[in-house]
Write a protein that binds this ligand. Structure first.
Ligand code: GLA
Length: 424
């Protein structure tokens, strides 16, 4: 008896650790994944490339950071300050990448501290090949080391380019960097930039927070780029991005490239460009010199009601419902039954139009399933740019009960927010 009790007691003692040790074996191995919760709405910020190209320095970045605060851009939601190509120096003896000592002598940690202290987040750029597009050090073969370095510096955003990648598998390369960013332990927004060459919309929702859908934009409203990749006009980009709406949504956005507002187009064109990016739920990454802006540029990029169309929590990319004689009618469903409605005039001449809302009873079958139901619902109409001149006295309440007459200037838009007023 005594012997049995001792044996049972011993068994009981050893059985405890056996049970505990058994637990990890039953757990599922953790799947690598992108950082979640960073892109519930499209990202907003500034990037150095469109205006400054290769001529960047820590001084410029600090100057733009100061301007972002002083101009109220941070308060309006432009949170990321992104350094594009040409910050890279060489790797150190251990293979860790260093900033260019001539242009970023204080180092990236000091710069990220500077940006964070002003309530912003900081972004950086690299490339999946051995060299970036401008020939600087790329991340190929050093992905985990680079991600770790960015995390140590306090970086919050990575734009990852696709130059010099012959024989590299795109899905593999971007997934590798996603996993590296995850392993580095700091939430970093992952912005893919392979120009839509490998249809990223079909496979990248789990890989990145946004993917470029086109080649590079230029500050030109219409016309076609000589080559597919470079120097595309605003209209050319809209036409490539518009059909991809079903792939976009919270956490994973189509990116039709950065903004050119304030970089040389007319005010009408800048307004139309900005509006269409908001209608398409595109990332709003400014590309102008923030320390030297006109009032017209300010009025465009700081229009909070227009930004709210882009940032709407429903997260649906707008749809081009009708196109006639280069006049386009766009709708974007918003939260609480609201809709954004936009007319884009692609021609250079102003056009007078009468909007009969009953022509626009539509259902968004492709994405949201929502209907405008103008035959059953009356909406109040809010003119977000105050540019449609024929609606009568300013501030007069216009509804969808009756047709509205408008003039849309050449290369411009009208943009309305429609809010359900009452059911008939
Ligand atoms: C590519 C990208 C651009 C920019 C440049 C930098 O062209 O598409 O957005 O980052 O590289 O060299």
């Amino acid at each position: 008896m005594k012997k049995t009790t001792v044996i049972l007691a011993l068994l009981a003692m050893v059985s405890v650790p056996v049970t505990v040790n058994a637990q990890p074996r039953t757990r599922q191995p953790q799947q690598p994944m992108k950082w979640e919760g960073l892109a519930d709405t499209p990202q907003m910020g500034w990037n150095s490339w469109n205006k400054f190209g290769q001529n960047i320095s820590e001084e410029l970045i600090r100057q733009q950071a100061d301007a972002m605060v002083a101009e109220g851009l941070v308060e309006a939601g432009y949170i990321y300050l992104n350094i594009d190509d040409c910050w890279h120096g060489e790797r150190d003896a251990d293979g860790f990448v260093q900033p260019d000592p001539r242009t970023f002598p204080s180092g990236m940690h000091a710069l990220s501290d500077y940006v964070h202290a002003r309530g912003m987040k900081i972004g950086i750029y690299s490339d999946a090949g051995r060299r970036t597009c401008a020939g600087r050090t790329g991340s190929y073969g050093h992905e985990y080391q680079d991600a770790l370095q960015y995390a140590r510096w306090g970086i919050d955003y990575l734009k990852y380019d696709w130059c010099n990648t012959e024989n590299i598998n795109p899905r593999g390369a971007y997934t590798l960097m996603r996993d590296a960013l995850r392993a580095a332990g700091r939430p970093i927004f992952f912005s893919m930039c392979e120009w839509g060459t490998n249809q990223p919309w079909e496979w990248a929702a789990d890989v990145a927070h946004s993917w470029r859908t086109t080649g590079d934009i230029t500050a030109r409203f219409s016309g076609n780029a000589p080559q597919r990749g470079w120097g595309q006009s605003v209209l050319q980009i809209i036409d490539q991005n518009a059909p991809l709406r079903k792939y976009a949504g919270p956490g994973h956005w189509n990116d039709p490239d950065m903004l050119e507002v304030g970089n040389g187009m007319s005010v009408n064109e800048d307004r139309a460009h900005f509006t269409m990016w908001c209608m398409m739920a595109a990332p709003l990454i400014l590309g102008n010199d923030l320390s030297n802006m006109t009032d017209e540029t300010r009025a465009i990029i700081l229009n909070k009601e227009v930004i709210a169309i882009d940032q709407d929590r429903l997260g649906v990319q707008g749809l081009r419902y009708k196109s006639e004689n280069d006049i386009e009618y766009w709708f974007k469903p918003l939260v609480d039954g609201d809709w954004a409605f936009c007319i884009l005039n692609r021609t250079e001449e102003p056009v007078d139009l009468t909007i009969d809302w009953q022509d626009f009873n539509l259902t968004d079958d492709e994405v949201s399933g929502l209907s405008t139901s103008f035959d059953q619902i009356t909406y109040t109409v809010k003119d977000l740019w105050n540019t449609s001149v024929n609606t009568g006295r300013r501030n007069r309440i216009v509804t969808t009960a009756k047709p509205v007459s408008v003039t849309v200037p050449g290369h411009d838009v009208i943009l309305y927010r429609l809010t359900p007023q009452s059911s008939k």
